[in-house]
Design a protein around this ligand. Sequence first.
Ligand SMILES: [Zn+2]
Length: 332
Amino acid sequence: MPSRRRTPRLPAIAPRRPVERGRTDSATLTRPCIIDSDTSFLKPPARQQRTIQRPVRLTGIGYWSSKDVTVEFRPALPDSGISFVRCDLSPVSRIRARVDNRIDTPRRTTLAKHGQAVEMVEHILAALAGLQIDNCEVWVNAVEMPAWDGSSRAAVEALLAAGTVTQEAPRDVLRVEECLRVGNDEAWIQAEPSRVPGLTLRYDLDFGGASPIGRQVLELRVGPQEFCREIASARTFILESEAASLRANGLAQRITYQDLLVFGPDGPIANPLRFANECVRHKILDMIGDLALLEVDLQARIFAYRSGHQLNAELVRQLRGLCTAEVRRKSA
Ligand SMILES: [Zn+2]
């Protein structure tokens, strides 16, 4: 029988001062190295896989489509990963959350297989990855995931209410041993070795001094506690001009200033910040969701400068390719 363990309750939200360290490093472009997907010689943070104890359901509205959506998280077997199941289709369509199934769409992460898609999956993936829930089916009755408040908080609260189960199978870990960077001088993301156990993320958000968002830098080690406390409640954000443009194109018709952070010249409109540096925290939330498409834990430091979903996915793609090569080499 699997041992059962509940994850802790989501801690209360407490606005914190921005944490700024260091500067933007120049790239060290070296040949990428890698990997331990064979867990037999892993040091911590190797761990057992986890799923949820029981199904849990919640509803919301899609940002882009403005449609009502119901999502149900269901337990899943070891090594089955995260799958989205479009139950509004007949037969249902199952799409595994892996980078091979990612397609490019503006400002969000979309997965597609056999002509069917699920959109805006990144905040749900971040909730699952942040809580170290590796195997889960996400049943959904629409193409677009609910927006909730623009963060992962609703999904995290639902998953914590469902409880977690430790499973027999070990979780694979990818150990990054040399620097690997994608992007250009304007925006990039790199994976590099880390002496700190587990995954450390650093994001450098730079909208320039004239913007109400400005520059925000945050670095933290990511575990379930840190994710719940520091990241899960950070909401997505948009400039007022971008919001007006989306509305003019018929999108986001049911979305209000309370459903995400809309930045005017003087800051967020009619919606107080949860953290002084909420924007950079949300960029880290997005990174966690995008990195989940790798389907293994990382022993690494990931450093991003103005990176978005597309660059994040490109890094995952390259890391995934090296993982696969390593697995092939070991089994040869
Ligand atoms: Zn986001």
